[in-house]
Design a binder for this molecule. Sequence first.
Ligand code: DC
Length: 232
Amino acid sequence: MSISKITIAVDGYAACGKSTLAKSLAKSLDYIYVDSGAMYRAVTLYFLDNNIDINNSLHVEQAIKNIKIHFKNINNNNYTFLNNVNVEDNIRTPQVSDFVSPVATISIVRKAMVRLQQLMGAQGGIVMDGRDIGTVVFKNAELKLFLTASLEERTRRRMLEWELKGIKNITAREVSSNLQKRDHIDSTREDSPLRKANDAIEIDNSDMTPEEQLAFSLDIVENVLRKTKINS
Ligand code: DC
C-alpha cells in the first residue's frame, strides 16, 4: 500500500540554512518546495517599487489586491514571479532584506500569504520553509523541523551568498546586524511571531555541512513515514 505524501514544515532564524535544507529534502522526496520568505520578499519589492506607505492600511490592502505571486521550476531551479515577472534576483538584495521584516509584521499581508501557502500545500507532499509554518500555516504537519545556527556561522553563510551574487560592498558587521534586527522583529511581532512549535524537532546545524544536515533530516523523515504508515 502506498501512503500519501506528508507535509514538512521547516522554520528558524534568518540565514540558518532553511531553504538549503527544504529544497534538498523536496528534491530527495520528489515533493513540492515552497520558500515562503520569497513571498514576503516579493510583497516587499512591490511596496518599495510602488512607494506603498506601510502605515497606511488602506494603501496596503489595495496593494495586496494587485499582487500575484507564483513559483516556477526551471531546470531544477525555483524562481519567484511577481505579477508574471521573474523577480528571483531582485528580492534577494540588501535593500529588500532590510525592509522585509517590517512588511512581514502587517496582518493584512500575512493573511493573504498564509491563504496562498495553505492552498499550495492542500494536497500534502510539500516542504515549506519560513517562520510560522509549523505554528500557523501547517499546524498539523506530520513533521516540523526548527533550525538554528550560531550568529557567526549565519553571517558567514549570508556573506558568501551575497559575494557569489557580486554584492561585495557590505561588511560582516552590517550583515550580522541585519540578521539580528530581523530575528528580533520576526520573533517579537504580534501576529504569528517566529517560535519553535511544541512538537518541532530542533536541529543546530552550525557544524553540519548541507549534506550532513540533509542525511540527518532524511533519517527523521523515514521514521515519520514509518509511523504514518503504521497508523494509516
Ligand atoms: O526566509 P527569508 O529570510 O527569505 O524571509 C524573509 C522575511 O520574511 C523574514 O525576515 C520574515 C518574513 N517571513 C515571515 O514572516 N514568515 C514566513 N513564513 C517567512 C518569512
